[in-house]
Design a protein around this ligand. Structure first.
Ligand SMILES: [Fe+2]
Length: 212
């Protein structure tokens, strides 16, 4: 099994349409920064977490209209190149709770075939999420396009943009459970490692976050 280097991960981002998608590029880099710092704080491999954060949305290069397809497209892209470990976070990063798997996959408009759904369900059910999966899940909820933010604010923005569905509560409880698990290991708030969040909040007006 190969390990993806930071240089190669950036090359993947540069060589696909992510480079034309400034927002997604900024999001990916901020997720990488958050993932690295949390992993370092936990005494894990920060460089590995950085790479995983950087490539978690790599499947979005193939994306047309279907939002959820990127998890499988990203997985296949990296797996076929021999990056099995990195491919894994493409599939795991959206499922904060295993209860979400079927809800998300069978959601009308998710655009998966029956075989694809069967594959993803068995892949996720066979595995316990490890700390790197959880770090990327949390980092995905803190790395915005305009910097690093609290999970609470980032989720609120998403709710106000996309509305509330039957997966919203499970999803929110799932991500806050993961934050809680990480904070119990850290013995302090995860935000303590991110003083820039205060600056971001100080320089942002509420009307810039929420359309009034
Ligand atoms: Fe993401």
């Amino acid at each position: 099994m190969k390990n993806l280097t930071i240089e190669k991960a950036y090359a993947f981002l540069e060589n696909n349409s992510l480079k034309d998608n400034d927002q997604l590029m900024k999001h990916s880099i901020n997720v990488a920064i958050v993932a690295e710092r949390i992993a370092d704080e936990l005494g894990l491999n920060g460089k590995k977490a950085y790479v995983l954060g950087l490539i978690h949305d790599i499947g979005k290069k193939h994306e047309t209209k279907v939002e959820m397809r990127h998890i499988l497209d990203g997985y296949n892209f990296l797996y076929n190149l021999g990056y099995e470990n990195e491919a894994r976070v493409c599939l795991t990063h959206s499922f904060y709770d295993k209860k979400l798997v079927k809800k998300i996959l069978y959601n009308k408009g998710a655009g998966f075939t029956r075989d694809e759904i069967r594959f993803i369900i068995s892949y996720i059910n066979k595995r316990e999420f490890d700390m790197y999966d959880k770090i990327v899940q949390l980092a995905d909820n803190m790395g915005g396009t305009n910097g690093i933010m609290t999970v609470e604010r980032k989720r609120m923005e998403i709710i106000l943009k996309e509305g509330i569905s039957d997966v919203t509560e499970v999803s929110l409880r799932g991500i806050f459970n993961i934050q809680n698990e990480i904070e119990l290991k850290l013995n302090h708030s995860v935000y303590k490692a991110f003083p820039e969040i205060i600056d971001n909040i100080n320089k942002t007006l509420i009307k810039d976050v929420i359309k009034m």
